[in-house]
Design a protein around this ligand. Structure first.
Ligand SMILES: Cc1cc2nc3c(=O)[nH]c(=O)nc-3n(C[C@H](O)[C@H](O)[C@H](O)COP(=O)(O)O)c2cc1C
Length: 357
């Protein structure tokens, strides 16, 4: 288990196809499932809820719940399914979750969370159980609520805390607003690490990309990216080199898509609709030439009958052509500038030092 970098659990987003795609961009990241409630694990369609592909390892199952007996059984089932980690959600602020008295509102009940952790670890056996939490909720003073929470849960044996570095305001804010409005406090997460250097403390919330996250998490044990990883997945290409000093699994975003084709083909043959697999790929070329065409071609056509990998190839070719066209235009512009520029022998401005850019 390595928490130096992980992709956050995100409901409706980090499903198995998303995680498999992220593996084409980083081999080392710890990947998380969407939250699955303990009740769903106990009574639902387990193949659908818990199934994953071998290429996703290391992968963590996130559970939601507040009943020790149910969470023990759900954690045990998760471990039997081969998950590398079981995580408890103490951060989700939605009404539906609050009415079940779990998620972020558990920040008010550290003793109960300690019991939940102990029950889950008992069920999971040797598979580690971790906790993802907030700084506090509503009227709680974060300095007190976070430290009291971590003390109680660590006393039950929990070693890894992933902290979304803002409070959840349960009264009046939507889940989306609760990811944006309450202010971030990275300093408090650093203070927690200084107070408990024996624990693994992972920073989450508002991190824009790998470079920003590395800077903000210096001194901590790792960081977790949520929206940035999903919306701009190309940022994940920096994870293995920058965080782990290892080569990236793909040379660039084009190469990553090429390497993902076998997964797409296998799953298409198994009856998975193309659109379910291309949805997490839509943001791959955000901000580069052809990125809009890529998104549009896939989102407008992947749902059509018989849509297959040819569509993804065609969209990829479109981005390639756009980036070649852009490079060509830049070259022509440079040639024009050179022809109209200073004469040979006349002092030219010094080239800009790449490192200073
Ligand atoms: C669409 C969406 C769904 C989410 N679902 C979950 C979830 O199931 N469990 C959880 O612990 N957090 C969930 N979150 C919160 C993220 O895990 C993360 O804590 C939050 O987005 C802050 O990180 P970020 O600023 O890097 O996105 C969700 C976030 C988003 C955007």
């Amino acid at each position: 288990m390595n928490h130096r970098f992980s992709v956050a659990p995100m409901m409706d987003w980090t499903d198995r196809h998303c995680r498999a795609f992220h593996r084409a961009l980083t081999q080392r990241a710890q990947l998380y499932t969407e939250m699955v409630t303990a009740d769903a694990v106990l009574h639902g369609d387990r193949a659908r809820l818990l199934g994953f592909s071998e290429i996703e390892h290391p992968v963590a199952l996130q559970l939601g719940g507040a009943d020790p007996g149910k969470l023990r059984t759900a954690a045990s089932i998760g471990a039997q399914h081969g998950y590398d980690e079981i995580n408890l959600n103490v951060g989700c602020p939605s009404d539906r979750v609050q009415s079940g008295r779990f998620g972020a509102c558990l920040m008010r009940e550290p003793a109960l969370v300690a019991d939940l952790f102990a029950a889950m670890q008992d069920g999971a056996g040797i598979v580690p159980v971790t906790v993802k939490c907030r700084l506090g909720v509503d009227e709680q003073e974060p300095e007190r609520s976070l430290f009291a929470f971590v003390e109680a849960v660590a006393a039950a044996g929990c070693r890894v805390f992933i902290v979304h570095a803002r409070k959840a305001w349960l009264d009046g804010l939507s889940p989306k607003e609760n990811r944006e409005v309450p202010p971030l406090d990275y300093g408090l997460v650093h203070a927690l690490k200084r107070a408990r250097p024996d624990l693994t403390i992972v920073l989450n919330g508002g991190l824009r990309d790998v470079q920003h996250a590395l800077a903000e998490s210096d001194g901590l044990d790792g960081f977790m990216l949520g929206r940035a990883a999903y919306q701009s997945p190309a940022t994940l290409l920096g994870v293995d080199p920058l965080v782990f000093g290892a080569p990236a699994p793909a040379g660039d975003a084009f190469d990553a898509v090429e390497r993902h084709f076998p997964y797409l083909e296998t799953n298409l043959r198994a009856g998975v609709p193309l659109r379910a697999m291309t949805r997490p790929m839509l943001g791959l070329f955000n901000g580069v030439a052809g990125g809009r065409a890529w998104r549009r071609m896939l989102s407008e056509n992947a749902h059509r009958d018989g849509a297959g990998v040819e569509l993804v190839r065609a969209a990829l070719d479109r981005v390639r052509a756009a980036s070649l066209g852009q490079a060509e235009r830049a070259r022509e512009q440079r040639d024009r500038d050179d022809q109209g520029g200073p004469e040979q022998g006349v002092d030219r401005p010094a080239p800009v030092d790449a490192a200073a850019c």
